[in-house]
Design a protein around this ligand. Structure first.
Ligand SMILES: CC(C)(COP(=O)(O)OP(=O)(O)OC[C@H]1O[C@@H](n2cnc3c(N)ncnc32)[C@H](O)[C@@H]1OP(=O)(O)O)[C@@H](O)C(=O)NCCC(=O)NCCS
Length: 148
């Protein structure tokens, strides 16, 4: 898909280093190369990325199993945030999942992560449950879902 000068596509081989750099600036529990490569090899993985002027700028990892999908993470490089990349990526991903027959999408988010919660809500996700003290043994995880 090409939109406003960006391209969104399945993550090709050879981008682990770029993804890891964004992981490190985005998450306190950044994935390792091993975790990333294993996830990319999995038949249940659905992983897409936004390519803009600077190359890979944002990515999403999902898993699809038995008609449901889970979003494991979505991130945009720090310097590219607030430019609509995650929005374009999430919209594209939900369309892809819907096209393959996925009916429901789930995710977990730290209740303090306002940017992510706003992003998810913008695309129809609603909070359905809470896991108390899930992150670092003290911060609640909120579980969101969206019907496609
Ligand atoms: C969450 C994240 C992916 C958003 O990426 P982004 O490309 O900046 O998002 P967009 O520009 O597409 O913004 C989408 C919506 O998210 C919300 N949003 C994004 N950043 C926000 C911020 N700093 N404060 C409040 N709302 C924010 C807004 O509702 C925005 O819509 P709007 O521009 O129409 O107001 C990005 O902040 C990020 O990588 N964070 C670190 C990783 C993370 O927490 N991932 C989610 C958990 S897995």
């Amino acid at each position: 898909m090409k939109k406003y000068g960006i391209q969104i596509k399945k993550i090709p081989d050879g981008y682990s280093d770029k993804i890891l750099a964004i992981e490190k600036e985005s998450f306190s529990d950044a994935w390792t190369v091993g975790m990333l490569d294993e996830e990319l090899k999995s038949p249940t993985a659905r992983a897409f990325a936004v390519f803009a002027e600077d190359g890979l700028t944002a990515y999403i990892f999902c898993r699809a199993v038995c008609g449901d999908a889970e979003i494991l993470r979505i991130a945009a490089s720090k310097k590219s945030r607030r430019q609509g990349y995650a929005s374009a990526l999430l919209a594209y991903t939900l369309e892809q999942l819907k096209n393959e027959g996925i009916k429901k999408v789930f995710l977990e988010v730290d209740f303090r992560n306002l940017p992510a919660k706003k992003l998810y809500e913008k695309y129809g996700f609603q909070k359905i449950s809470v896991r108390r003290a899930y992150y670092e043994g003290k911060y609640d995880a909120e579980i969101y879902s969206a019907a496609l």
